[in-house]
Ligand binder design. Structure first.
Ligand code: MLT
Length: 326
């Protein structure tokens, strides 16, 4: 090989090595968008807005939240699966990323291969609540009313695969009484219907229920965690209230479309970690009954391991139930 050709190849190789780092240094070049696959005003929206604000401070760009609700979070996920993989369009989604791959057999995207995990964010407790005039003073009363009125009762959720759907399924199976489910594009709008007394019950994340419970605008019966929450000290755990095996919490993570360059994923993960240490975010999470994950969980590798393990955990349960979204 002649010397000029060798030099040319070396220059190209060096350029190739330098390109990703330079790419990451210039990223982001414009405002970012975090797609929330549920309606505004619900728990995923709340977590996303706090993360978007804190990441925006770190990245020096606005991070805009875009709500694309419907079909249990799969419409918004599809939007990100089809987005340009340049790190400017992200998805913030929850436990539904572990259940929809099995629940939905005809998705227009590959629910695992279409995304690059960036990092886990938080794990949020859930709470069982009812319309303000629901005729039950405690969880034992709720169980009695469910067994007596069965499908006459309306249970609000955010569609098949949503956390509120999973929590409702668990409740109905523990009580052995079905209810009529009423799906919304998110539990933000579902909460409005509950407050207006047009649906009976809902199980939702404390990021959406804490303020309503404290303000006595809904009836609250239990938190679905092994311990009581410091933010809702008077609310018993489901086990204390007499219903064992009714425990569920909701993890959240941030994703980019497949083929987003690794240096950009690394920059986004670093920014997420910074956001999760932001005192304003931590304080607001605490008021809503949750906390950021440990820093080593807000990484692509930890997120991928956790996500794939959760898909494997849910798959046999969903298959055994034989209930699919299609
Ligand atoms: C859920 O039930 O999965 C969530 O509450 C949906 C939402 O964030 O609105």
């Amino acid at each position: 090989m002649s010397r000029p050709v060798r030099r040319g190849l070396l220059a190209l190789a060096l350029l190739g090595m330098a390109a990703p780092a330079a790419f990451a240094q210039t990223f982001p070049t414009r405002p970012l968008s975090i797609v929330v696959p549920f309606a505004p005003g619900g728990p995923t929206d709340t977590v996303s807005r706090l993360v978007a604000e804190a990441m925006g401070r770190d990245l020096g760009q606005n991070v805009v939240v875009e709500n694309v609700g419907g079909a249990g979070g799969t419409l918004g996920s599809n939007r990100v699966a089809q987005a340009r993989p340049d790190g400017h369009t992200l998805l913030l989604h929850h436990i539904g990323m572990a259940t929809t791959p099995t629940l939905y057999r005809r998705l227009p995207y590959d629910p695992v291969a279409a995304f690059e995990p960036i990092g886990l964010i938080t794990e949020v407790p859930m709470s069982l609540i009812a319309r303000p005039n629901f005729p039950a003073n405690n969880l034992a009363d709720v169980v009695a009313v469910m067994r007596q009125r069965r499908e006459e009762l309306n249970y609000a959720n955010a569609g098949i695969g949503a956390a509120s759907h999973l929590c409702g399924l668990l409740l109905m199976s523990r009580v052995d009484a079905p209810m009529t489910t009423v799906p919304f594009r998110g539990t933000g709008p579902a909460m409005q219907e509950l407050l207006a007394g047009r649906v009976d019950l809902m199980c939702d994340q404390t990021t959406n229920t804490t303020e309503q419970i404290r303000g006595n605008s809904v009836r609250a019966y239990a938190v679905t965690t092994p311990q009581r929450l410091p933010t809702l000290p008077d609310l018993p755990t489901s086990a204390e209230a007499g219903l064992t095996g009714f425990e569920v919490s909701v993890w959240h993570g941030l994703y980019a479309p497949r083929n987003t360059p690794a240096p950009i994923i690394a920059r986004l993960s670093q920014s997420l970690q910074t956001a999760l240490r932001d005192p304003r975010l931590i304080a607001r999470f605490a008021e809503l009954g949750t906390a950021p994950v440990a820093q080593d969980q807000a990484t692509p590798a930890a997120h991928r391991t956790f996500w794939l393990a959760d898909i494997a955990k849910w798959r046999p349960l969903i298959q055994a139930a034989g209930q699919y979204a299609d």
